[in-house]
Design a protein. Sequence first.
Length: 361
Amino acid sequence: ISPVPPYSREQPIFTTRAHVFQIDPSTKKNWVPASKQAVTVSYFYDSTRNSYRIISVDGAKVIINSTITPNMTFTKTSQKFGQWADSRANTVFGLGFPSEQQLTKFAEKFQEVKEAAKLARDRSQEKIETSSNHSQESGRETPSSTRASSVNGTDDEKASHGGPAEAHLKSENDKLKIALAQSSTNVKKWETELQTLRESNARLSTALQESAASIEHWKKQFSACKEENDQLRSKIEELEEQCNEINKEKERNAQLSRRLQELETELQDKELELEELRKQGEIIPELMSECESVSEQLQAAEKKNKDLEEKVRTLRTEVEENKHRQTNLKTELKNFLDVLDGKIDELHDFRQGLSKLGVDN
């Protein structure tokens, strides 16, 4: 739905591209994107009403239709973003530009259009004041001319005194008729535009109802998707549990595989030992024969050992007897030595006596 009717004399005077936002009506703080991508934003001038508007359309949707008034102010909030408040639309529009230069150009154009709207408002007020003054003057002059004609009473005097006033009143009446005709024309245009706006509003209402129906449909779809999502989540949890069980089984299988390898290694070792035993079993007869010969030798050695033990006992007996004899001999020897010592003492005494006798002699 175009915001500019085809019969209108509005023409674009400046066009740019930007991302359009509107203030969130509930919070009055957050920005809500009005377009999914950068769209065309244009200044339009209506020569019939001498007004300016900012208009932007995204496909078939009008996202900006703001009439500029002298009280509006465009504010730069960042290097690439600007905003202005529209009291008639009861909202705040925001524009995000690709570059700072485009934002600056848009702001300069906003200020220029604002000044032009202010100038147009001042001119219209001057025209209204002039028209009211002329009406008052014509109201005052008409009775004076009537009084003059009634006092003078002659047509010549009436023509001489009332001619200029009537010409002035006639010109003023012509101007008023022209203004009235132009006002009627403007009223018809406004009525036509109002009818168009009503049709547009009806279409917008229909579209809004369709949007509400589609919203309900999408809500149902969302609920169904949510249920399906919950089911999928439960399935995912079940699959995760199964995966955990599978991982545990894999770990157990890995442990069993390692145990099997260990058992295989042990079996190989046992087979090697068995092979060694088999090799040793082949030499068992030889070992048996050797064992028999060793047994015979052992028996002979045991017999010899018995003989030797008998000899040892005999020798021990002899040794005991010899010890006993030695003890007796020691005793006898001691007795002999004692006797010998006594004899030696006696000989010593005898010798000393002899020596003493020799000295005496």
